[in-house]
Design a binder for this molecule. Structure first.
Ligand SMILES: NC(=O)c1ccc[n+]([C@@H]2O[C@H](COP(=O)([O-])OP(=O)(O)OC[C@H]3O[C@@H](n4cnc5c(N)ncnc54)[C@H](O)[C@@H]3O)[C@@H](O)[C@H]2O)c1
Length: 421
């Protein structure tokens, strides 16, 4: 049982966490502008918000922004392995934001932490993977009447929420922050791209140049991972189930083939699909000796770990975040970060520069919901286009990038059907 109004690993890590949070803030100019505006306008006055997010430095800066906007914030982890314990300590000690998150917590503790975040009786929810909304609907439906709306950060969460809305099960409106252009075009592609490679390199310290590196899924995340692996001079293979995405990968210059073929020749295989058993028993049986496998998709179901366990005689941990499975046939397969998001478990997640835009969308969307949520239906909504545009403009300004504007003549031309050659 958790009795306190927070549950973290070690409060004495708070100063280290604060230093890292402040460091991240230097790369978050858009969120800083929103923070300053929220101090003056307090658009979230008295809103009770529960956030189930990765407890990272960037999330801490988002939570601080919402707090100065008037919100009463509570946080819990959205993944048992992504919590940065020093950040959790700083949130509690320096920023007075109750936080329930311990890196490496087991499933029971993970759900106890979500339950504590729900005890806050949120009027607004923030999710990364839809676990909070799911728990609210399944086990705490008494609280549903009080909820005005929620936001969702990632592709997998949006898929779950759309399924709930299609079943008429969703009981409040949710904004799909993931689908904002200023989110997935940058966060999923450049953020996941860079941080996934960062996680793999920190975990293994193995040179990528000249190695065969397979990426499963050529969505926003997969594109970023493939692009960055190519930049490291690896031979990149892409596997897909969607013919258009497969074609795009082939035209982008990558080799495309079924996973069974790729497994036999890959040194690294990284999944980023949001799907289940993408690396299944048959693939594991075909893998090259020494193959390194990892996942950057939201849940740890992309690699069939029970099948790997079944094929193994024994396993050991040669380095943090690496599990070497010695198989009965003599091969060794090396799994990173227990198949959980490798960029968050073995590195620090996305760099603050891209989270700046994702969390600017979060902050503005949650303020929009507080004002407008009660007029919306119980559906999954896109981020309002003017928020997306506003975030892009603020980021460009912060980067000192100027762009052209349409002349009145061009505006008239682009909205007319009468002018031809
Ligand atoms: N690691 C992170 O920090 C991070 C960041 C953003 C998103 N995500 C997660 O990453 C996952 C992918 O997100 P996305 O935005 O790229 O999604 P997406 O929908 O753009 O792309 C997923 C791709 O995987 C393909 N796919 C599905 N099943 C497959 C299979 N069996 N084999 C090969 N390809 C398959 C789909 O056809 C699709 O092209 C989601 O779970 C998302 O929540 C993780």
């Amino acid at each position: 049982m958790i009795n306190q109004n927070y549950d973290i690993k070690n409060i004495s890590l708070a100063d280290q966490g604060r230093d890292r949070i402040e460091w991240a803030l230097t790369e978050m100019p858009v969120l800083r502008q929103i923070h300053d505006r929220f101090v003056k306008e307090r658009p979230l006055a008295n809103a009770r918000i529960s956030g189930c997010l990765h407890i990272t430095t960037e999330t801490a800066n988002l939570a601080r922004t919402l707090k100065v906007g008037g919100a009463e914030m509570v946080l819990c982890a959205s993944n048992p392995l992504s919590t940065q314990d020093d950040v959790a300590a700083a949130l509690v000690h320096h920023y007075q934001i109750p936080t329930f998150a311990i890196r490496g917590e087991d499933n029971d503790r993970y759900y106890q932490h979500i339950a504590k975040a729900l005890d806050h009786r949120p009027q607004l929810t923030m999710d990364d993977g839809a676990d909070l909304v799911s728990e609210l609907h399944k086990n705490r439906s008494d609280l549903l009447d009080g909820v005005i709306g929620g936001t969702e950060e990632t592709t997998t969460g949006v898929i779950r929420l759309r399924a709930m809305a299609a079943d008429n099960a969703l009981q409040f409106p949710v904004i799909a922050v993931n689908d904002a252009m200023t989110k997935h075009l940058f966060d999923n592609r450049y953020g996941t791209g860079q941080s996934t490679l960062d996680g793999i390199i920190r975990a293994t310290n193995i040179l990528l140049a000249g190695k065969t590196f397979t990426v499963a899924g050529y969505g926003w995340c997969g594109r970023g991972i493939a692009m960055r692996a190519h930049g490291h001079a690896a031979h990149v293979i892409v596997t897909e189930v969607n013919p258009v995405r497969a074609l795009e990968a082939a035209m982008d210059g990558f080799r495309v083939m079924p996973m069974l073929e790729a497994a036999a020749c890959s040194d690294f295989i990284i999944t980023a699909t949001g799907d289940k058993n993408v690396l299944d028993q048959a693939h594991i049986e075909a893998m090259k000796d020494g193959c390194i496998i990892a996942n950057s998709g939201h849940f740890n179901v992309e690699i069939n770990i029970p099948a790997l366990e079944k094929l193994a005689l024994k396993k050991h941990r040669p380095r943090p975040n690496v599990e070497s499975y010695e198989l009965k046939d003599g091969r060794t397969i090396r799994l990173l970060a227990e198949g959980r998001l490798v960029n968050l478990a073995a590195a620090e997640g996305h760099p603050a520069t891209v989270m700046d835009m994702s969390f600017a969308n979060q902050a503005l969307s949650i303020a929009y919901l507080w004002q407008q949520g009660s007029h919306l239906e119980h559906l999954v909504y896109p981020v309002p286009i003017d928020i997306d545009q506003q975030v892009a403009k603020m980021k460009l300004t912060a980067m000192n990038v100027n762009i052209d504007t349409l002349t009145p003549q061009q505006q008239a031309y682009l909205s007319s059907w009468k002018e031809g050659t």
